[in-house]
Design a protein around this ligand. Structure first.
Ligand code: GRF
Length: 204
């Protein structure tokens, strides 16, 4: 399967995915078609290029969401991606974007998306002194962190006495869970949940 990895920042999840493609659970299952950023100066883009990935960017600064997303869809389509893998991509996707890749957009969220959505999930877990948080990989629909959950994995936070420690423990889980979940999805081991069928399943 061809992956388009989208990021806006540091790109540690992107690095974990690229490594899994090169010599881990995604070997012989996936290739990185492109690493794309809405921030041309995102550190993760440079890292991706250094890892040998094709990279592309378009600045979203000052752009209207729908117009910008239509251009991003065009750019991404040039790389014929099977999956759009959001890895710290700090944009809410427009309906046009979601429809262009319906059921094939994944995101990773550093909390249980049923309990916490949006930014600052590790701060939330730390400030509330949660004994555990859950990393979630989910399909993306038009809401903020609301799509069907593909996988979750707990992070033990007991004794984590700083935000940095919470993040360190969480990111370690993120990095393995994202690649593992993609591998299972590509192998056909996960139920074929599109956002639409998931809603139907929940209401019947
Ligand atoms: C991660 O915590 C991810 O769960 C969230 O954004 C952060 C991105 O970090 N969606 P990185 O750029 O992958 O290091």
């Amino acid at each position: 399967a061809r992956l388009a990895i989208l990021l806006s920042g540091r790109g540690s999840n992107m690095v974990a995915l690229v490594k899994a493609v090169h010599s881990g659970v995604l070997q012989n299952l996936a290739e990185v078609a492109v690493v794309f950023s809405n921030k041309p100066d995102a550190p993760g883009l440079e890292t991706a290029a250094a890892l040998g990935c094709a990279t592309a960017s378009l600045s979203s600064q000052g752009r209207k969401r729908a117009e910008f997303d239509a251009e991003v869809v065009e750019v991404l389509n040039q790389y014929r991606p099977d999956y759009i893998v959001l890895a710290g991509y700090m944009r809410i996707l427009s309906p046009t974007f979601i429809r262009a890749f319906a059921g094939r957009i994944l995101n990773i969220h550093p909390a249980d998306t049923h309990q916490h959505q949006g930014l600052h999930a590790y701060e939330w877990a730390f400030e509330n002194q949660l004994p555990e948080t859950k990393i979630t990989v989910h399909l993306v629909d038009e809401g903020l962190d609301t799509g069907p959950v593909l996988a979750q994995h707990p992070v033990d936070l007991q004794g984590a006495d700083s935000l940095a420690e919470v993040e360190r423990r969480g990111l370690a889980v993120e990095h393995s869970l994202y690649a593992d979940t993609l591998a299972r999805l590509i192998r056909g081991e996960l139920p074929n949940l599109t956002p639409e069928t998931a809603t139907a399943a929940e209401t019947t």
